[in-house]
Design a protein around this ligand. Structure first.
Ligand SMILES: Cc1cc2nc3c(=O)[nH]c(=O)nc-3n(C[C@H](O)[C@H](O)[C@H](O)COP(=O)(O)OP(=O)(O)OC[C@H]3O[C@@H](n4cnc5c(N)ncnc54)[C@H](O)[C@@H]3O)c2cc1C
Length: 418
């Protein structure tokens, strides 16, 4: 490991500068950003080292906002990922009714209207995670097959206990350990949230006709169905249904599953067939009341687990990563204690409002569009009519979706290194 000399002046008292609980996507991305800037980082990841090597580990494909793509570029990952990504050129939303396919579009975003290029990029989990793993090698201690079972702030630092009994001292502990964050719970950070009563059925579909880079979202009373373009004639399907419906659909064999999907999917892409394994993800909202506590910071779903309706969960997490990495690296360069309250308050102040507002916004969209209530339907019609009729409003929404409306923008999200 090659560490720049003295980024954190009191680091010698600890084993690492930053200890990250969680080896999902946000933990490793943060680890990489910090390690590239010279901090000593370890990631504790409960999964065995080879668990995510297979193609069918996780069926998700992420709609990455332009700002997230710029972050991956700044970390030196994007050139290796671009070939496996699919630019999102248009987004169309419509009301969908089971058995009838999509109704006429009530919302249409075309990236040709903004100069920044595509609204975002679709990228499958398997490619992103593997790229992160490769880049972490030799830079970050990746402690696989282990979890953090306890941690305690010790004044000048934090000491964590791992599931094999090992103790690690750090200046700062980061909880990137998902919605059930143990780091947050031990730090006394309370959470609020609820179960959406929905489960997402996720798979990849092959189709006869090209998708032209168009992402589709059908809003149905039982939950939204997203059809998101992947490279080639393939699309990722995120189909949210009530828990009971989803359980019954998940139990069907592949042919019966396609028979239920076809009338919802419609025939605009010609014949469809399965192009990947099928996965289910129960959906919930889970918001931490604070993103920082004594020697602790939270990022990603540990801070805010949101509904996947607009594909913003990981994008929000990567905004946390970019902001926290910038705060910590700048503090270390100034010789500040990176785990101090003053430093962590800078991070919390930067991120909490944006993330909570977006999480609640996604919650509102799911309620507004997932209802047959005539009042909500009228509100929906007026709102969407406005967005469709006013180009400036439409461009504003597109920039928001592309992650380009964050103020102030962390350096990594503009593609600049730390
Ligand atoms: C169906 C679906 C589709 C989605 N689509 C999109 C999309 O298009 N775009 C987008 O931006 N987002 C999307 N998201 C959201 C995105 O998947 C999540 O926001 C993101 O994966 C969260 O990553 P994370 O690293 O914060 O948390 P997680 O992936 O939950 O990782 C947490 C990690 O912490 C580990 N852990 C738990 N306890 C401990 C412990 N005690 N010690 C150490 N480690 C621990 C866990 O094993 C896990 O590996 C989608 C989500 C779903 C469900």
């Amino acid at each position: 490991m090659d560490f720049a000399p003295g980024p954190c002046m009191i680091a010698a008292m600890s084993d690492v500068d930053v200890l990250i609980a969680g080896g999902g996507l946000n933990g490793p991305t943060l680890a990489l950003a910090l390690a590239q800037a010279g901090l000593r980082v370890a990631v504790v990841d409960p999964r065995p080292a080879d668990a995510r090597a297979g193609d069918n580990f996780d069926g998700r494909a992420y709609a990455l906002a332009v700002a997230s793509q710029r972050l991956l570029k700044a970390l030196g990952l994007w050139d290796g990922l671009a070939g496996d990504s699919q630019p999102i050129r248009q987004v169309k939303a419509s009301q969908g009714r089971p058995g009838e396919g999509a109704a006429p579009f009530f919302l249409h975003f075309d990236s040709a209207e903004i100069e920044e290029g595509p609204v975002g990029f679709m990228l499958e989990d398997r490619f992103l995670y593997r790229a992160l793993l490769r880049a972490m090698q030799d830079r970050v201690q990746h402690l696989t097959g282990l979890s953090v079972t306890d941690h305690q702030a010790t004044g000048a630092g934090v000491e964590a206990v791992l599931s094999d009994g090992r103790r690690i001292r750090a200046r700062l502990m980061v909880g990137a350990d998902g919605r059930g964050s143990g780091v947050a719970a031990r730090a006394g950070i309370r959470r609020q949230g609820w179960d959406y009563g929905q489960t997402a059925l996720v798979t990849a579909i092959a189709h006869d006709r090209p998708h032209e880079g168009i992402a589709q979202q059908y809003f149905m009373a039982t939950g939204p169905l997203a059809i998101l373009p992947l490279p080639g004639n393939r699309s990722s399907v995120v189909w949210s249904e009530t828990h009971d419906n989803a359980r019954a659909i998940a139990a069907l064999d592949d042919e019966a599953f396609l028979d239920v999907l076809r009338p919802r999917f419609g025939d605009y892409l010609g014949r469809i067939s399965l192009a990947g394994a099928r996965f289910t993800y129960p959906l919930s909202l889970s918001l931490a009341e604070r993103y920082a506590a004594d020697r602790v910071a939270l990022v990603g779903d540990a801070a805010h687990g949101v509904h996947p309706i607009a594909g913003q969960g990981l994008n929000l997490g990567l905004r946390d990563v970019a902001a926290l990495a910038e705060v910590l690296v700048d503090a270390a360069r100034r010789g500040e204690d990176i785990g101090s309250e003053l430093v962590l308050e800078r991070y919390q102040g930067w991120r909490r409002f944006d993330a909570t507002a977006l999480a609640l916004g996604m919650d509102g969209v799911n309620r507004l569009f997932g209802s047959d209530n005539p009042l909500l339907s009228a509100a929906r019609g007026i709102g969407m009519g406005l967005v469709t009729a006013v180009p400036a409003l439409r461009r504003g929404f597109m920039r928001q979706a592309a992650g380009l409306a964050v103020e102030p923008m962390p350096r990594l999200l503009t593609g600049q290194p730390l």
